[in-house]
Design a protein around this ligand. Structure first.
Ligand code: PLP
Length: 421
């Protein structure tokens, strides 16, 4: 098995062979190796299995000095990664995509393109003279959407946030969204498929249907939830995603590979390239234009690592691991449900569970500190989707996790709560 002990032994050997003598560098390298595998609970990255994981790590190391734009061999690798994810969302022809560095830049690329598609040539004169326009998302959107809206000059006051309904598993209020659409011109609607704080799969179909009438760009932020499309039950909940104009999926989250690796997909690459101001004439590039993304140099490792994992696991392998994580999450939920002091706050759609302890802030804080001392790092959110509700947030991302570990964790939680209350 790929375990921390073996990893540390290998690191020791590498350190010796490379004649690294400085104690500070030696200990920092070992610390990095420990961090990579120690924090089972909170981190999104986790390697599922030694067979693909070690080659992916090697690929990350070997291709980290290459720029994907400049290496001819990379094109095919990148295209295969794009085809794999395009197939997951159901894009059939005219699509295109690029490996980029993260969900945040992916969301930004998508919104630049959406803005340029809506405003056309007017953006060339600056936004001060352009037509006023707005975008819609939900209060559960990742903060990268707020950043993107500011960067593209739309202004945060022109990003309308549809409230989510905690009792409806944190789904956005679609009637509220409909009313906004009736009132003002909207250039983009951003749907989150797998919200950061609650793992909610926001509905896509209802929003896509409104697109015919109101003509906005639909961007799906599936940075977290995208790889779960390998599971048929999750794919069914994504009905309509194949009609979204752009989609972001992060293999460095539920794709179990090293950072950075994200994918931006466009339903129609020709429209995107024509509209987006990110497409630039670059005479020294082989095809004379830059891809419509924020990055200039793009690390080849972002593609090679995903390619290896994708080739080894395939859709089925991914589905198996993510399902396992979902089962673990449900087991954890069931065990917490037996504690009267704990209130579960979501019905997990992805491997993410939120709960509270009698809604008592001081207790939650102390609980997390004590649990941390025991080596368990659960997450926390002070204001879930802007509802004022705070919660302990647990993301399961290591598919090698065992049921006994969940049992141990629940026992620790039970003891701690009983001592604190
Ligand atoms: C839903 C969602 N979108 C976007 C992002 C941003 O991704 P990155 O951290 O790779 O920029 C995150 C990160 O957690 C996320 O959960």
């Amino acid at each position: 098995m790929f375990n921390i002990k073996k990893l540390l032994e290998s690191i020791e050997t590498v350190i010796e062979r490379l004649f690294i003598e400085e104690p500070e560098i030696r200990s920092r390298l070992k610390e990095l190796a420990c961090l990579a595998h120690d924090r089972k609970w909170e981190k999104m990255l986790a390697f599922p299995h030694p067979r693909p994981a070690i080659p992916a790590l090697l690929a990350s190391f070997l291709s980290s000095i290459q720029n994907a734009n400049l290496v001819r061999e990379m094109k095919q690798i990148e295209e295969e990664c794009i085809d794999f994810t395009a197939n997951l969302v159901g894009y059939s022809k005219n699509y295109g995509g690029f490996i980029i560095s993260g969900g945040s830049t992916g969301n930004l690329c998508a919104l630049v393109t959406a803005r340029d598609f809506f405003l056309g040539k007017r953006v060339d004169n600056g936004l001060l003279t352009a037509k006023k326009t707005m975008a819609i998302t939900s209060t559960a959107a990742h903060f990268s959407i707020d950043k993107a809206i500011q960067i593209i000059g739309i202004g945060k006051n022109n990003l309308v946030k549809v409230p989510v309904i905690p009792k409806n598993n944190w789904k956005p209020d679609i009637n509220y969204l409909r009313k906004i659409l009736e009132k003002q011109p909207i250039f983009a609607v951003i749907i989150t498929f797998g919200t950061t704080e609650t793992g909610t799969l926001e509905p896509i179909k209802e929003i896509i249907e409104l697109k015919n009438e109101h003509h906005f760009w639909v961007h799906v932020d599936a940075a977290y939830g995208g790889m779960a499309l390998t599971i048929p039950q999750v794919r069914r909940k994504a009905e309509g995603i194949e009609k979204a104009d752009s989609i972001v999926i992060d293999p460095h989250k539920l794709g179990f590979i090293p950072y950075p690796s994200s994918i931006i997909l466009f339903r129609d690459l020709e429209i995107t390239e024509k509209s987006s101001s990110l497409t630039q004439q670059v005479p020294y590039f082989a095809n004379g234009v830059s891809p419509p993304v924020i990055e200039g140099s793009r690390p080849a490792a972002s593609a090679t690592t995903f390619w290896i994992m994708m080739k080894t696991l395939g859709e089925e392998g991914y589905a198996k691991y993510i399902k396992k994580l979902q089962n673990i999450t449900n087991k954890f939920k069931e065990s917490l449900e037996t504690l009267k002091e704990v209130q579960i706050l979501n019905e997990p759609e992805l491997p993410l569970l939120i709960f509270t302890i009698n809604n008592r802030k001081a207790i939650i804080r102390q609980f997390l500190v004590e649990l941390n001392k025991k080596g368990y790092h659960l997450g926390y959110s002070s204001n879930i989707a802007n509802t004022g509700i705070e919660a302990i947030r647990t993301i399961f991302s290591n598919p090698t996790i065992k049921e006994e570990t969940i049992k141990e964790l629940t026992e620790k939680i039970t003891c701690l709560i009983r001592n604190l209350i």
